[in-house]
Design a protein around this ligand. Structure first.
Ligand code: PLP
Length: 351
């Protein structure tokens, strides 16, 4: 266990914060005349009582997620997508204009955007050419102002999982918060790091309903961490960040886990098929290993192929501007017929 004092890592204003008390913190039953809601009701007919504010800390849903991820309820924070906890962690731990984070490009773009918005410094330690971490380099650039290390595994846009041994080594030795973004973990062969939050108080694992659950539209993200970090995230978040429609939909999704699991298996099966087909295609120089619901591949004249695909109504992502990603495209695994159409079109463009 790292010798780390989470509270001393926090910004002073956050340590001293008196959080907003929402109307529903004390009572949520009885004649509710406390929250200036519209007592006559909403124009929507359903059982959710939408004229009432939602539960401030969404305990029922957090309990459900804790069981699913085999951690304790106190280890779970819910956010508006994963993007909310990314921003929140920066606001809790990084002093604007003074502190910094480390990111490991090529990686998910929101860490940088959130740091820019919060006026936080960014140190970049590139992944290796095979898209793995360089732990020694990361520790070398770390100083007492470096508060958060963002790792992404499986990584976007490269699709591979980072090595578990590298990540654990960093969690154990980095003198700040280590965020491991596991948005794509349910498509991976590699195990989640979530259970390790019981052991490492500085570890935050991010997950989301946007990918494996197919619920990007409800904007529900999860942060799994030590009770100490979860408590402060709950204090700093907006009082009613998770709305009733989102919470209700997520609860209902748990009633249909066989379909969630079936879809994950189907996506993995399709992914292997698309990867194999791409490998056999002319001009495709490399299909990178994937543990996600997308593929990164290197193809000659990637920019033109990208544009021609778009002219044919097929939209993929050009990633050639990212480090070590020259001539690379990223494609999400679609429905079986969509994958066939993608493969047919790309093959017609390169032969
Ligand atoms: C690595 C990674 N993290 C987080 C997200 C966003 O997740 P959410 O929809 O929960 O905000 C994405 C979306 O593409 C992603 O690739």
């Amino acid at each position: 266990m790292p010798d780390i004092n989470i509270e001393s890592l926090m910004r002073e204003n956050i340590r001293k914060l008196t959080p907003y008390r929402s109307a529903r913190d004390d009572f949520d039953k009885g004649l509710l005349l406390d929250a200036n809601e519209n007592s006559l009701g909403s124009p929507i007919r359903n059982s959710l009582d939408l004229h009432r504010y939602p539960a401030p800390t969404q305990d029922a849903l957090r309990k459900k997620i804790a069981v699913w991820r085999q951690v304790d309820f106190e280890n779970i924070f819910l956010g508006v997508g994963s993007d909310e906890p990314i921003d929140l962690l920066m606001r809790i731990f990084c002093e604007p204009g003074k502190d910094s984070i480390i990111i490991t490009p090529p990686t998910y773009g929101m860490y940088k955007v959130a740091a820019h918005i919060n006026n936080i410094g960014i140190k970049e330690v590139l992944l290796t050419e095979s898209f793995h971490l360089r732990p020694q380099e990361i520790l070398k650039v770390t100083d007492d102002k470096t508060k958060i290390l963002f790792l992404c595994s499986p990584n976007n846009p490269t699709a591979n999982s980072l090595k578990l041994t590298d990540m654990v080594k960093l969690v154990a030795s980095f003198p700040g918060i280590v965020v491991v973004d596991e948005a794509y973990i349910d498509f991976a062969k590699q195990e989640s790091m979530a259970p390790l939050v019981q052991q490492y108080p500085n570890l935050v694992v991010l997950q989301t309903f946007s990918k494996s659950f197919g619920l990007a539209g409800i904007r529900l993200g999860i942060a799994i961490s030590s009770p100490e970090i979860i408590r402060v995230m709950l204090r700093v978040k907006a009082p009613y960040n998770i709305n009733k429609l989102t919470a209700d939909t997520a609860m209902k999704a748990f009633e249909n886990m066989p379909l969630v699991k079936f879809n994950i298996e189907k996506i993995i099966e399709e992914r292997e098929y698309v990867a194999e087909q791409l490998r056999q295609a002319n001009s495709v120089e490399k299909v990178f290993p994937t543990d996600a619901n997308f593929l990164l591949f290197k193809i000659r004249n990637a920019r033109q192929i990208y544009e021609k695909l778009a002219e044919n109504g097929i939209i993929v992502r050009y990633r050639g501007n990212e480090p070590h990603c020259d001539d690379c495209l990223r494609v999400t695994i679609g429905m079986p017929d969509e994958n066939v159409r993608f493969l047919k079109t790309i093959k017609s463009l390169i032969t």
